[in-house]
Design a protein around this ligand. Structure first.
Ligand SMILES: Nc1nc2c(ncn2[C@@H]2O[C@H](COP(=O)(O)OP(=O)(O)OP(=O)(O)O)[C@@H](O)[C@H]2O)c(=O)[nH]1
Ligand SMILES: [Mg+2]
Length: 200
């Protein structure tokens, strides 16, 4: 059965500094991960709107923290991806400051959706970000993206790759396998977000 909740969504604003974040609702869910992993696409899939967040086949598309309101209740926040920069040093610092600022004492942050490309082993950038993420106490879920592109052998390696690189116990910390083309995987993520919001 198709599920339409989350369909009422709209773009609110882009910010660099979390101090400028919209404050109407006190819950937000952040989407973060390497450039091109599918963050903006996943926000569009969750809200059933292909044109809400801008997506691109080229990495480095989203440049600021973009806030979308959902059901006049909470925000989905699209983050620029790491691991891509044109002017490396400059962008790297800019990105680091922006993301660190976002994570510091963020009372509205209820869940971090950490995206990893299901086809590849997590990279050093992914490991760095994961260590950064787990140095905080925010709830997070790992989403393995683009699962429609997996063959059997790649699929069988997902858990091992996570265990080897991020040292995650996938029994207790189960990743979600998602594809924007698979409605049931999107529904699972919606339900998880909903559950976290209800708990707060
Ligand atoms: N096949 C497939 N392609 C996907 C999926 N999710 C995203 N893509 C494609 O991956 C590319 C990047 O998607 P984006 O959503 O723009 O990625 P992003 O993580 O927001 O990238 P940045 O904003 O650059 O950090 C686009 O060409 C999408 O169509 C998926 O589940 N399956
Ligand atoms: Mg994007």
């Amino acid at each position: 059965m198709e599920n339409y909740y989350f369909n009422k969504a709209k773009f609110i604003k882009s910010v660099v500094d979390v101090k400028e974040a919209p404050g109407e609702y006190n819950s937000s869910v952040l989407f973060v991960g390497k450039s091109n992993v599918g963050k903006s696409s996943l926000i569009n899939a969750l809200t059933n709107n292909k044109r809400l967040a801008y997506t691109s086949s080229k990495p480095g598309h989203t440049r600021l923290l973009n806030y979308y309101s959902v059901e006049d209740r909470f925000y989905l926040v699209d983050c620029p991806g790491y691991g891509f920069s044109t002017k490396k040093d400059l962008d790297y610092k800019f990105y680091g400051d922006m993301v660190e600022g976002f994570f510091k004492d963020n009372k509205s942050l209820k869940l971090v959706v950490f995206l990893l490309d299901s086809r590849h082993e997590p990279t050093l950038d992914d490991v760095d970000f994961y260590n950064f993420l787990t140095s905080y106490d925010y709830k997070f879920v790992i989403c393995m993206t683009k699962c429609d592109k997996l063959n059997m052998s790649m699929r069988s390696k997902i858990y091992k790759n996570l265990e080897n690189t991020l040292e995650i116990d996938t029994n207790t910390n189960q990743p979600l396998l998602v594809s924007i083309n698979d409605k049931s995987s999107i529904l699972k993520l919606k339900n998880m977000i909903e559950k976290v919001l209800e708990e707060n």
